[in-house]
Design a protein around this ligand. Sequence first.
Ligand code: ATP
Length: 242
Amino acid sequence: MGKVILQASRVSKCYGKKQVLDKTDISISAGECVVLCGGNGAGKSTLIRILTGIEKGTTGKVAFPEAGGKSYSFMPDHMEFPKEMTALEILTYYRGFLDIGIRRAVEEVLREVGLWEKRHQKIGSFSKGMAQRLNMAQALLADVELYIFDEPTNGLDPYWVIAFKEMVESLKHKGKTVLLTSHIMRDVVDIADRVVVLFDGRIEADDSLAGLYRTYQSSNLEEVFLRIMKKQHSSKAKALSS
Ligand SMILES: Nc1ncnc2c1ncn2[C@@H]1O[C@H](COP(=O)(O)OP(=O)(O)OP(=O)(O)O)[C@@H](O)[C@H]1O
């Protein structure tokens, strides 16, 4: 296992009186692919936003021990691009904000996400999947140690889900680290070195796939997930009735 490159300790988040993350610890090591999964509203995006520094946790600490500062690239779950611009224009524009040493060529990235042929098309006329691939492209423009993708396979057809997974494998091959969220587990299960399951703002499981299958006596992640959910729902129900 590589060195720890991202470490979050006892991160919690409240919106008003509502607690959506509870003393969460997570660490990501160099070279691994960690999949963060959980049902709707489990807190995945909130945790990701805190890890990336877009949002501040109510308590807790996030550190990048290896880097001289933050060294990651982020694909949010949704991005609104200016409709009148083309894919080529927007990526060229974004690239301008990156340090020279980490800039990748726009053409290379557009080819990776299959948008090179559409580079002169206005973004307003993009399909959902194309817009998602453009969102992915803006994250891939930077050559960094850690890539964080929030729901990257949302809106992608099966061809592009597979292409995305191949891209993650190739990033790992280059020694890069990947953290991604998904609620469609079958999309990403085969690229995960580790799976972190969030339920109701708490990490209920953090293990390799094999470890999870052993613990939950199951052979697929959906079943593991359902068992965790059922266990949590029944202990909540018990707590309420006692
Ligand atoms: N800005 C906000 N103000 C108030 N509540 C919020 C805010 N952002 C998120 N929440 C709440 O926090 C909880 C966790 O939301 P979050 O978006 O992190 O979940 P998620 O696991 O990413 O879910 P999904 O799979 O549905 O995207 C939800 O109950 C949500 O309603």
